[in-house]
Design a protein around this ligand. Structure first.
Ligand code: NAP
Length: 305
């Protein structure tokens, strides 16, 4: 059997792709790793920026996405993709149980994971004051004191965003210079309620049921100091789940699959959607939009075969 499309991943991008593919009457399967749909949003306490359903929990939103797919009789396969290769124009997906699936097109919607600091308190307080997404969770910290960790575009833009909402924002960066673009940096430096702690690393995050304080060490002076804050936003990069595909499709130096808004990769018939592809804004709504765009590109490709 050769499918029209195999969708790898069942986060918002994969589930949206599945809805569009079923409505286009394509012959497809969705492969999901954990046997539960939703991807990263399953662990999001509250989603307040998905239009039309303010305040919905990430779990509830992903359940609704999945129910929509089930209503269209979508076939889900549980398992991990361990191999991926081309046989001419056919794409072959190998699973951890040795099973192989063949398909004319693939939508890689395998997502990514935010890089963690791996400091004491991080796992325990994740979702309880520690967040990896300022645009998702920032509004819960109105008039509070927060820390942003990182020195890239995301950290600096998150800090600007948070400084407009929060009473005080500390930016903790391990070097004495930001990696982020200069105009964002100068905007940040002009904000009165922002203090940058240069050459500094997080030692631990404290709290019982929520974040209460953070311990930060200056790596030059070796001095440690405790800051009483209620939020910690970690923005030290993402790790895209693209390892299995890197021998077939082009990725950038951070491992993101290179694809534009039409989700086309450098290989005809292979599409990348959601957080795994190169893009500026990684949100539920942009992932869902990718699912729609990817299937539109799949249809165009299949029509030209
Ligand atoms: P990034 O550019 O890789 O920056 C990650 C930051 O975290 C760096 O400052 C890095 O420090 C720091 N870091 C990494 N590991 C750390 C650790 N273990 N402990 C402490 N700090 C750590 O990642 P990003 O900011 O998430 O951006 C991802 C990509 O999207 C980038 O290419 C970025 O340019 C792009 N982006 C662009 C825009 C835009 O154009 N407006 C907006 C958002 C994102 P060092 O600097 O010391 O390495």
């Amino acid at each position: 059997m050769i499918y029209d499309v195999i969708i790898i991943g069942s986060g918002p991008a994969g589930l949206s792709a599945a809805i569009y593919a079923k409505r286009a009457e394509l012959n497809l399967i969705v492969i999901e790793k954990a046997g539960i749909s939703g991807g990263q949003i399953i662990n999001t306490y509250e989603v307040d920026n998905y239009p039309g359903i303010p305040g919905i929990s990430g779990f509830e939103l992903s359940t609704r996405f999945r129910e929509h797919c089930d209503r269209l009789d979508t076939t889900f396969i549980t398992g991990e993709v361990t191999g991926f290769r081309l046989e001419g124009d056919i794409k072959v997906v190998t699973m951890d149980n040795g099973e192989e699936y063949r398909t004319k097109t693939v939508v890689i919607a395998s997502g990514g994971v935010p890089r963690h600091l791996n400091v004491p308190g991080e796992d325990k307080l994740s979702g309880m004051g520690i967040s990896y997404c300022a645009t998702c969770d920032g509004a819960f910290f109105k008039n509070k004191e927060v820390v942003v960790v990182g020195g890239g575009d995301v950290a600096v833009e998150d800090a600007i965003f948070l400084a407009r909402i929060c009473k005080k924002v500390y930016v903790v960066h391990r070097r004495d210079q930001f990696r982020a673009n200069k105009s964002a940096v100068s905007k940040l430096m002009d904000m009165e309620n922002v203090t940058v702690l240069w050459d500094s690393v997080v030692e631990r995050i404290n709290g019982e049921d929520s974040v209460e304080s953070i311990e930060i060490k200056n790596v030059k002076t070796q001095e440690s100091k405790q800051y009483d804050v209620s939020g910690v936003f970690i923005a030290v990069g993402y790790i895209p789940n693209s390892q299995v595909y890197q021998n077939v499709v082009a990725t950038n130096e951070q491992g993101y699959i290179i694809a534009g808004e039409n989700c086309e990769t450098n290989i005809p018939g292979i599409f990348a959607a959601g957080d795994v592809r190169t893009k500026d804004l990684r949100q539920i709504i942009t992932a869902a939009a990718d699912g729609a765009n990817a299937i539109t590109s799949v249809e165009r490709y299949l029509n030209n075969l």
